[in-house]
Design a binder for this molecule. Structure first.
Ligand SMILES: Cc1ncc(COP(=O)(O)O)c(C=O)c1O
Length: 469
């Protein structure tokens, strides 16, 4: 396969979709009058417009036009039990009926119970809750900088840790700069210089960074399972090297487990590697569908935000920190995952494996070479997430973000808007080729996905897009 020009196909797909979803189209027009680009999260605002969701149950969505859509985005990867799972909605409904849930601004027993579960399942000593993964990683970096008295923040190219200043370098692959790109206007120059970007799963480069800048590095923040950067697990060697180097140079090791936490087991993913970070961040799944995130880790570092550490770090909370209804959802979710761990995770891993192979097969058998990342490795026994890629060379390794986002290596245009719109017309929702399974997905759902992908691949074949080109 060689790079293709999808301009014509894309405008065809947009026109078809506009005719297919007229109510979402009308709402989109209304949305543009009061919301930037019609919404509040760029990734969700596809062109010509996103489906406007009216209801969601388990693996399926219903949009305003009445289409039922098989969803693999699942609450931005948070809804591991599917959308609106009864176990959580029932608990919330009951609490609201009894006058509990929206009295934010106090403390209660739930925060304690959730923190006890979180610390016990992640090998951490102290936790503090916040409301987004972005805030959690920001506070973790702040704690690390205060603890070490250093300023350097080492991250991996492609790593997405949310939208705060220290996380906004080296996220998207840039044609000229690779992963040294500054993602936003308005960042202080000092922050741009303080953030160093290294390569995922490259222990030699990590050694090099610490050899050269080790005395200035406050923390190394890394996902044990790379999320938005390509859905690929860290190698054992990489995380062990990260642990050794951060210890040797006195830097704080932060595992960002906002995606990975409770995704592969009922606890942290670092444990599967036998590597304990100094701090870890959690979000998504732990909130049971509500906005909950946490920083957890070593008491001597966490306490910098508390009385024992003179409250030197202003991680002091916000209006909705430890929100009671959110904490209730979190408690129910964590209890459920812990209690059903032995059933849930092997089943999710099997569904994930099936999905990845189905996606590859559906395209390959129709003449378009495709490969999925998301497989486990010797540390991570299996995974329920996938990212589809269209590499130009069949044998190219897909082990780091630049392997899958460099347009010279993979057809990134195809698994962007083209695939997303073509699949929406088949009533399947996958965000830019990546997604996650939930316990609500069934074998029948996977058969539906396969048929949808074959239809998309045939459609591409008809206009001459084939790997043999
Ligand atoms: C690994 C990782 N860290 C942090 C974040 C930011 O979390 P939030 O979107 O809750 O701010 C994300 C979001 O997708 C993420 O994937």
């Amino acid at each position: 396969m060689k790079p293709q020009d999808y301009t014509h196909l894309l405008s065809q797909l947009k026109a078809e979709y506009a005719a297919y979803a007229p109510r979402s189209a009308a709402l989109n027009e209304r949305a543009h009058k009061v919301l930037v680009d019609g919404g509040s999260h760029t990734l969700r605002l596809i062109e010509p417009f996103p489906p406007r969701i009216a209801a969601a149950h388990g693996a399926w969505l219903t949009d305003e036009d009445g289409h039922t859509i098989l969803d693999f985005w699942q609450g931005h990867l948070a809804n591991i039990l599917g959308h609106n799972p009864e176990v959580i909605t029932t608990a919330l409904a009951q609490a609201f009926a009894e006058g509990f849930g929206l009295q934010t601004g106090f403390t209660d027993r739930l925060q304690i119970e959730v923190a006890e579960l979180l610390c016990a399942r992640t090998g951490t000593e102290l936790a503090r809750f916040t409301t987004s993964g972005t805030l959690a990683t920001m506070y973790a970096v702040l704690l690390a900088r205060a603890f070490t008295g250093r300023e350097g923040v080492l991250k991996v190219g492609g790593g997405w840790h949310g939208g705060h200043p220290w996380a906004l370098k080296g996220v998207g692959f840039h044609d000229q700069q690779g992963y040294q790109h500054i993602e936003t206007a308005g960042l202080p120059a000092a922050v741009c210089e303080e953030v160093l970007v290294t390569r995922f799963n490259d222990p030699d480069m990590l050694h090099d960074h610490f050899r050269r800048y080790g005395d200035c590095i406050a923390c190394f923040i890394v996902e044990p399972f790379m999320g938005a950067g390509g859905f690929m697990p860290a190698t054992r060697e990489y995380l062990q090297t990260a642990r050794e180097l951060t210890t040797q140079y006195g830097a704080v090791l932060i595992f960002d487990e906002v995606i990975a936490g409770f995704r592969f087991r009922a606890g942290d993913t670092g444990a599967l590697y036998g590597v304990q970070p100094d701090l870890a961040t959690f979000g998504k799944i732990i909130g049971g569908g509500m906005p909950v995130a946490a920083v957890a880790g070593r008491a001597d570092i966490m306490n910098l935000a508390g009385r024992a550490g003179g409250r030197r770090v202003k991680f002091s909370g916000g209006t909705y920190s430890g929100h009671p209804a959110s904490m209730l959802a979190a408690k129910v979710m964590l209890h459920y995952l812990i209690e059903h761990e032995a059933d849930i995770y092997p089943r999710l891993a099997a569904l994930g494996e099936q999905t990845r192979r189905i996606l590859e097969r559906a395209f390959i058998q129709e003449g378009i070479y495709a490969r999925c990342t998301g497989d486990g490795n010797d540390a991570l026994p299996g995974s329920s997430i996938f990212m589809l890629h269209f590499p130009y060379a069949p044998d190219h390794p897909l082990a780091a973000p630049d392997d899958v986002f460099d347009p010279a290596v993979c057809d990134v245009a195809l698994n962007g808007d083209v695939l997303q719109l073509a699949l929406l017309l088949e009533n399947v929702h996958v965000t830019h080729g990546h997604g996650a399974l939930s316990t609500a997905h069934t074998e029948a759902d996977l058969a539906f996905l396969e048929a949808a992908c074959r239809n998309v691949a045939r459609r591409l074949g008809k206009i001459g897009i084939k790997s043999a080109d």
